[in-house]
Design a protein around this ligand. Structure first.
Ligand SMILES: [Zn+2]
Length: 285
């Protein structure tokens, strides 16, 4: 097998009252590569760490079929940083740098992804909001579990959505902050679809994206991307609190000889939320 990963650790976080207890059939053991055995419903699985992606480690680390055994819901990217990856209802979708949305074939792999088996712990209406900042502020009030991971699914009608994707890269890879300067950004109006979100605790800095990381897929699966902003007409929020965190680390030389402890948080913030040059200027103020 081309890619092999040690299970370095499954970090059990404090449980919260909203947690759904594991069913008798569930197990905390990761699925065997040949099996589709049930996952712990509270487990969230991550491939690689965000600093490795930030530093240009875009080679695939886990095949898409194996990734789908760890969850049916999540966000990430594809090998060669070939666009945005959306995992929704057990299927993997790629939003290419030119905006085209494709279902991902079994021959592809991911260098970075966060997936979970979406097991709803609760739901509430999504109020009309005028920006992504407002939506996140509303979610912060409604979902107080700030030190657990939360998978958030927002099915809504949107007044507008600003999305981006990145273009496929070839080695030697450039750092993500460099690549993101040539990202594609689109704004769409009056669209229905699903926000696929992962909210990570603030303490994941360097390992994952602290706070909210959203991707979007339209109802007709023709439009998608990494979300930069949105205005919501109405919708519904469903959430899944995830208290078991499984981190899959590469054994590759590249991964093991890179200083991944550097503080790249400023670059990450720019990569995750910037619309382009204009925002970059603002970010320096
Ligand atoms: Zn993203």
């Amino acid at each position: 097998m081309r890619f092999r990963f040690p299970v370095l650790g499954s970090l059990c976080l404090l449980s919260v009252s909203g947690c759904v207890p594991a069913t008798p059939a569930a197990t905390s053991t990761p699925p065997a590569s040949t099996s589709t055995s049930a996952l712990d419903p509270d487990q969230i699985t991550q491939v690689s760490v965000i600093n490795a992606l930030m530093l240009g480690q875009y080679d695939g680390q886990m095949g898409i079929p194996e990734m789908l055994r760890y969850g049916n819901f999540g966000v990430g990217t594809l090998d060669h940083l070939d666009g945005e990856l959306i995992v929704l209802d057990g299927k993997a979708y790629q939003v290419r740098g030119d905006g085209q949305v494709l279902e991902v074939g079994p021959d592809r792999s991911t260098p970075f992804v966060v997936v979970t088996s979406f097991d709803q712990d609760g739901a509430f209406p999504c109020p009309p909001v005028g920006s992504l900042t407002d939506l996140e502020a509303h979610l912060n009030e409604s979902l107080a579990q700030k030190n657990n991971f939360v998978a958030i699914r927002v099915e809504a009608r949107f007044r507008s959505l600003t999305l981006r994707s990145v273009h496929r890269q070839e080695p030697p890879y450039k750092p993500l902050a460099e690549v993101a300067k040539s990202q594609s950004v689109w704004t769409h109006e009056n669209l229905s679809g699903t926000l696929v979100g992962i909210r990570s605790p603030a303490w994941v800095d360097g390992l994952n994206v602290p706070g909210y990381h959203w991707h979007f897929l339209s109802e007709d699966h023709k439009i998608g991307g990494h979300l930069l902003d949105c205005r919501v007409r109405d919708g519904r929020v469903r959430y899944d609190i995830c208290g078991d965190w499984l981190l899959k680390l590469s054994e590759s030389k590249e991964f093991n000889t890179t200083d991944l402890g550097r503080d790249l948080s400023r670059d990450l913030k720019r990569v995750e939320s910037s619309r382009g040059q204009e925002d970059e200027v603002d970010a320096k103020k």
